[in-house]
Design a protein around this ligand. Sequence first.
Ligand SMILES: *Cc1c(COP(=O)(O)O)cnc(C)c1O
Length: 485
Amino acid sequence: MDSRVIFEKGNVGRKTGYIAQPAIPLREPKALLPESYVRQDLGLPSLGELEVVRHYTNLSRLNLSVDTNFYPLGSCTMKYNPKINESLADMEAFCNIHPYQDEQDVQGALGLIFDLEKILCEITGMQRFTFQASSGAQGELTGMLMVRKYHTTKKNKKTKVIIPDSAHGTNPATASMCGYKTIVIESKADGLIDLGKLESACDNEVAAVMLTNPNTLGLFEENILAVSEIIHKRDGLLYYDGANFNPLLGITKPSVMGFDVVHLNLHKTFSTPHGCGGPGAGAVGANEKLLDFFPAPLVDKDKDVFYFNYDIKHSIGRVRGFYGNFNVLIRAYAYLLRLGQEGLVRVAQNSILNAGYISEKLKEHYALASSKPSMHEVVFSCVKQKEKGVSALEIAKRLIDYGMHPPTMYFPLIVKEALMVEPTETESKETLDNFIEAMIKINKEIEENPQIVRNAPHTTPVKRVDEVRAARNLDLRWQKPGALF
Ligand SMILES: *Cc1c(COP(=O)(O)O)cnc(C)c1O
């Protein structure tokens, strides 16, 4: 493989094209524009079409991706992205509309938002949803700004937010962006929330408890109703981080567990390929307590006409321009309609079954982070392997040699040498068995020939990158002396 960057390839003036000269002679830009407006030489590479195609195709093949390999990344999972959703999102009727068009000309798009909201309300038990936020983190911020407005409108004096130590890092970040102090409570040894500690941390100044259930250890918080009672007694609210909602679909609802406000990552749970920063949609739903605080506008219907409703009493305002990443909503809507109620339940059941299968098959080789049964993901703690001189990171890297994307590593932070595996609901038993076999082989290698694991991966064009140096001395430019780049 040619490892040169594209700027090092090609030659001045090179292009592919046997194109006839135009009948009307082209005029030089200099003849039409003042000198200062004429574009100078940008130093862009000049290549033939085949060279460009090969360059990018070869680059794309250096990656492990869901389309090429098993991808058991826990928490921020790339779940199932049916290809048909891509075609639907690509329909001209959707792609060629503009947010400045009159409502009457985009009734279909508004209808889609309206229907998607109804479905998500049914699934979660919330009363309304907004789709403005472009990511899970932005959804959290939206939800917590609504919580803050709830309290300021009621003149509640609230200063803090309680978050368990297993939480996703965005939870404390969101709480502090809303001006609250974060109170972290330690989980019990089994990974579940400690009710005693919650009770003693909870006073009248607590604005909310932010939780995810199943939690980041993949465990169902059995005492969720008690948590709900503790926080609600003090007029605090219960926030649900539903970034990964697949294990509960059609089985239970956040409303049943006492949650007041939720965000769902449509790009994780409801089929949008994501990564590298986008695109995403953090759908935020809330119950009757928070209806007056939604970002404006929401989509409503009067007789048979859909319209943007800006009339929201104490709206927190906008959190984003226009109406969110509409293309992500199309995919989520198509996905939900295709699954139907029955399909949703099977997604949940199979996501749990697949993680449970891996957990059972590997627990004698790798220590489980908790003795409680896992839901859609399972966390291992590679402490035994670490004692033998091989870290979780090295095990993850070795999986690449076996043709698999590494699982999430060192998260949640409370588990030493954590490997967090989410197989997802759509992988076959054969794929799961291959993964299990690779993990068992790696464990044997650690006994017999740890060096091979320690230095993995061996099969990739790029081996181990110096991550510290890459972070401290980030330099993405290709440097040609004297060139613009
Ligand atoms: C991914 C994730 C988030 C954040 O979502 P983004 O879209 O990456 O901003 C929040 N909480 C949990 C549990 C997540 O897995």
